[in-house]
Design a protein around this ligand. Structure first.
Ligand SMILES: *Cc1c(COP(=O)(O)O)cnc(C)c1O
Length: 389
């Protein structure tokens, strides 16, 4: 929710820009940490959701760890002060250089995604006289009931090791002296809003954990990944996810043996609502069939609507600033300036009649927004603005 002061401030800044509400971010992190602590759960932040330095600072200060999916993310996390003992590293295609860098930092865990990777990691660790801690990322074949393009836990997805490969996996582990097996890892997808899905995951994890114990492999860490979704339709009313309800599902349905740790890797749920993309109307094109609102922001600043048909709430701040409801509403296809027909934030969106230079804010853009920005069309990288200096 933006007040007149915010809007006056936005009017003096060159658009488009990302706007981060750092107070909301801190409150979200604190709510998550508090809910997790209650059950003794460990939380890592999935850095790929947003690695803006101010966002990372807030996460690090909250005491949450880091979940990385590239060597550069691992290096960045360590550089800005995340304890390496609190960094986990997943990814289906870790290069030798990335593995070596992470070995050098002595991170908490490599989340290994194939049997071949186990061999490579063992070899590289041996060459450096190191022992790498390893969690096996397993594809649990649980349907996340989310968008096809952000589903990761089905057999048709490239991630993780399939359950029928586990026997071979155990054999490989037992003949890898430079690997220390610490547990099992899962991540089934993103923007999961049905908590039943996490219950299904828990039940699968229990079975798989039992299988490992039957094979005399002790499991210290159960890492259940991330994926908790947010409410894109109610960015103000549901600004902070119900972390309590989320963790409770795991407390209820995940069986823990004595001393077993439960780890989470949340990205979107921690940072999505604190971020916004602020843009201006460049042109209003009224046609016979459609009206177009042409913004100065496009898929180069926020690609989720184009990649995942994602919904983002849009508000005309210039109208909000008017005293009463002085403009009628109409329907617009809200588009960006990029030379691609897919460069559209929303079709037939009901909004107040807009004018050139009106400020339009695209909400819930804190996760998978700025990090996915591109220079397509030789666009400039846009600035980030914060609620405090
Ligand atoms: C992306 C990712 C996450 C975080 O996903 P969110 O939906 O943002 O919570 C967690 N773990 C792994 C391995 C990931 O790739």
């Amino acid at each position: 929710m933006f007040n007149h002061q915010d809007i006056s401030r936005f009017e003096s800044i060159e658009t488009p820009f990302y706007y981060y509400d750092l107070d909301l971010l801190r409150r979200t992190l604190a709510a998550c940490k508090m809910a997790a602590d209650q059950y003794g759960f460990h939380v890592h932040y999935a850095m790929k959701a947003n690695f803006n330095p101010r966002v990372l600072d807030a996460v690090r200060n909250s005491g949450i760890g880091a979940d990385c999916v590239s060597g550069n993310e691992v290096k960045k996390a360590a550089e800005i002060g995340f304890d390496p003992g609190n960094i986990v590293f997943a990814g289906v295609g870790k290069s030798d250089r990335e593995i070596n860098d992470a070995l050098g930092l002595d991170i908490f865990s490599f989340n290994v995604e194939s049997i071949q990777e186990l061999g490579v990691l063992n070899g590289l660790a041996a060459a450096r006289n190191k022992i790498a801690r390893v969690a096996i990322r397993i594809n649990p074949n649980v349907d996340a009931h989310t968008h096809h393009n952000i589903t990761t836990g089905l057999e048709e997805n490239k991630f993780g090791i399939n359950t029928w490969e586990l026997a071979e996996c155990v054999k490989e582990l037992k003949q890898s002296p430079n690997l220390e097996f610490i547990g099992i890892h899962f991540h089934i997808g993103s923007q999961v809003t049905d908590l039943e899905v996490f219950k299904s995951l828990c039940l699968r994890v229990n079975d798989i954990r039992n299988w490992f114990e039957d094979h005399q492999l002790h499991i210290r860490v159960l890492n259940v990944g991330g994926g908790l979704g947010i409410d894109y339709h109610h960015p103000d009313e549901k600004a902070i996810v119900d972390f309590e309800a989320y963790f409770k599902v795991f407390d209820q349905f995940l069986e823990r043996r004595h001393g077993q740790e439960v780890h989470f890797e949340l990205g979107r749920a921690l940072v999505a609502q604190c971020g916004n993309l602020v843009s201006r109307v460049l042109y209003v094109k009224n046609g016979q069939k459609k009206n177009f609102l042409v913004l100065d922001a496009g898929m180069t600043e926020l690609i989720r609507p184009m990649l995942y048909q994602a919904y983002h709430q849009m508000e005309n701040l210039s109208v909000l600033k008017l005293a009463g409801n002085e403009r009628n509403t109409t329907r617009y296809d809200v588009v960006g300036p990029i030379c691609e027909s897919t460069d559209c934030f929303g079709k037939e969106v009901e909004m107040p009649v807009a004018r050139r230079n009106d400020l339009i804010v695209i909400r819930s853009a804190g996760a998978y927004g700025e990090v996915m920005a591109s220079g397509y069309n030789l666009r400039d990288r846009v600035t980030s603005v914060y609620s405090e200096s």
